[in-house]
Design a protein around this ligand. Structure first.
Ligand code: UDP
Ligand code: MG
Length: 328
């Protein structure tokens, strides 16, 4: 396989000698943060521990922390960490734009040979970084790390519950076991950056871009017990929120009505078949009206949400706004 690894000729040399001061590839860890002051120190410590050997082998890691409108001391904690480690770069956003926008910002400022988006709460274990790099060295441009078994928690779990339904209507399937945690080669990062859409559902975009992809399972025990905070991934603020909430209600109401109609149909059909009861025509009429009305409501809700998205795309607002960048 033709390796995308940056300097294959250097790779062939015996660079794995510890302490040798040669950089064979640069890798950025992209870390979105929203109110995570307490998670930063354990995260950095875990990354240092698990990348020590690779650093000695010539893989130069750096950090792009994206402060996504934190209201606690996340920024100060990051600035303190930056004093000890100049490899830390901090992208401070003007408000909370959501994880996908924060990741987009991180990728926009990544100039390394590869990028690894990683959560700061240690749900994406730094222990598997060496495996990600190893697969990259084998020539894969995207390397996915999945927790083996069903160990998703929090919002990831809630989102994964809807995944089979999403996959039914999607042209490209996304696996519910896969998080954003992955290694992406420079080419993949550039491809993602070239996508013009403002509504960034990163997992969908990452699947869409393709490239030579592989995945491996890791032990879910690696994951920390740090609970997911109850918050929205894409904060709906202002007008968008006010528009999508009634549409969402419309969709759920329609789905409930259609489901109720189906249950009602089943009940009256059973009554006729088992007890031979004579069912009045209005019962079937009622069931049909409920069902068709429900399906239409779902259609209106879904179409409406598409329109809201299109409205956001047409406005061409930036995905995020910067307050300041700390570090070079
Ligand atoms: N995050 C963010 N902006 C947000 C919400 C979350 O940057 O609006 C970050 C958060 O700090 C964490 C990562 O995204 O590093 C994952 O968040 P969380 O643990 O809440 O999500 P889950 O693990 O449930 O996917
Ligand atoms: Mg989490």
């Amino acid at each position: 396989m033709n390796a995308p690894f940056p300097h294959p000729e250097v790779l062939d040399a015996p660079v794995a000698t510890p302490g040798r001061d040669v950089c064979i590839a640069t890798v950025s860890l992209i870390v979105p943060l929203h109110n995570e002051e307490e998670a930063i120190a354990p995260f950095l410590e875990a990354v240092y521990r698990n990348t020590e050997l690779l650093t000695e082998q010539g893989i130069a890691f750096d950090f792009i922390f994206v402060n996504d409108g934190s209201t606690d001391d996340t920024l100060d904690t990051l600035l303190k960490a930056q004093k000890d480690d100049p490899r830390i770069r901090i992208i401070d956003l003007s408000r909370n734009f959501g994880k996908d926008a924060a990741m987009t910002a991180g990728l926009d400022y990544c100039d390394a040979d590869a990028a690894i988006p990683i959560d700061v709460d240690l749900q994406d274990p730094p222990q598997v970084i060496p495996q990600l790099i190893e697969k990259w060295r084998e020539g894969y441009e995207v390397v996915l790390a999945k927790p083996s078994g069903h160990s998703l928690r929090g919002t990831a779990k809630r989102r994964s519950a809807l995944n089979p339904v999403q996959n039914l209507i999607a042209t490209r399937k996304t696996s519910h076991e896969v998080r954003d945690f992955r290694l992406m080669d420079r080419q993949v990062v550039d491809a993602l950056r070239s996508l013009p859409e403002r509504q960034r559902h990163m997992r969908g975009l990452l699947t869409w871009v393709g490239f030579r992809t592989t995945s491996f399972d890791y032990d879910p025990e690696f994951r920390s017990a740090h609970p997911s905070q109850p918050r929205s991934r894409n904060p709906n603020t202002g007008r968008t929120g006010a528009l999508t909430q009634p549409l969402q209600a419309c969709t759920w109401l329609g789905a409930a009505s259609a489901a109720l109609a189906l249950v009602y149909c089943g009940a009256i059909a059973a009554k006729t078949l088992i007890f031979g009861a004579d069912i009045p025509a209005y019962a079937w009429l009622l069931a049909s009206v409920l069902f068709i009305g429900g399906v239409q409501l779902v259609g209106i809700g879904v179409t409406g949400r598409y329109l809201v998205r299109m409205d956001a795309e047409i406005k061409q607002r930036p995905v995020y706004l910067l307050r300041r960048i700390y570090g070079s």
